[in-house]
Design a protein around this ligand. Structure first.
Ligand SMILES: [Cu+2]
Length: 177
C-alpha cells in the first residue's frame, strides 16, 4: 500500500481530488467532500416513536474547522432534519436542537445515541431502508450520502460508537416539555 504524506494530500486535494480520494477506499455508506469523510447510519423507529434518529461520523482531514449547518432529505421534501445535542440534566438525558455542529480541523465529529445526533421528522424509518442525506456546510460545500437504516438490535457500522449504556433508558425523552 502506498502511503502519502498528509500535507502532500492536503496540497493536491484541491486540484486532483479524485486521485487523492482514490488512495483511501471507503465503506459503501460513506461519502467524501473536500477533506470531510462521512460514515453513518439511521436507526429503525420503535413502534409509536414520533421521531427518528441518525448518526454520523464526520472526519475532517483538512486544516480548517468545518461547520455542518443543515441536513436535508432529498427523497422527502416534506420531512426535515434537526441537529441535536444531548445533555444529562439531573440524571435525565435532554435533547436540544442546535444551529450548527463543528468538525474540528484534523478532528472528528462523532455522533451517537445519548450524544449529538440527527433528529428526523416526517419519515418512517424502517430497518433495511436507505436514507439519502444532503449535508450542507457553512462554507457552501454540499455532500450527499446514503445511510443504511439499521434494526433496533443491529450494531453500528465498524468504527462508530455504540450506544452509551447510561443513556439508554432516557433516550426518547425530549426536552420540549
Ligand atoms: Cu433528538
Amino acid at each position: 500500500m502506498i502511503r502519502i504524506h498528509p500535507l502532500f494530500v492536503l496540497c493536491i486535494t484541491a486540484f486532483v481530488s479524485a486521485v487523492a480520494l482514490a488512495e483511501k477506499p471507503l465503506p459503501a455508506s460513506a461519502g467524501v467532500t473536500a477533506e470531510v469523510a462521512a460514515l453513518g447510519y439511521a436507526r429503525e423507529m420503535p413502534p409509536g416513536a414520533p421521531l427518528g434518529a441518525a448518526y454520523l461520523q464526520l472526519r475532517n482531514s483538512g486544516a480548517h474547522v468545518r461547520v455542518l449547518q443543515q441536513v436535508e432529505l432529498p427523497a422527502y421534501p416534506e420531512a426535515r432534519v434537526e441537529l441535536h445535542t444531548t445533555q444529562l440534566v439531573d440524571g435525565v438525558s435532554r435533547m436540544r436542537p442546535v444551529k450548527k455542529l463543528s468538525v474540528p480541523a484534523h478532528g472528528v465529529l462523532e455522533m451517537g445515541p445519548g450524544a449529538t445526533h440527527l433528529m428526523v421528522h416526517g419519515v418512517r424509518l424502517m430497518a433495511g431502508d436507505r436514507l439519502e442525506l444532503k449535508l450542507v456546510f457553512a462554507d457552501g460545500d454540499v455532500q450527499q450520502l446514503v445511510l443504511p437504516v439499521l434494526g433496533l438490535s443491529e450494531p453500528p457500522p465498524t468504527g462508530m460508537r455504540a450506544e452509551k449504556p447510561e443513556g439508554h433508558h432516557h433516550h426518547h425523552h425530549h426536552g420540549h416539555g
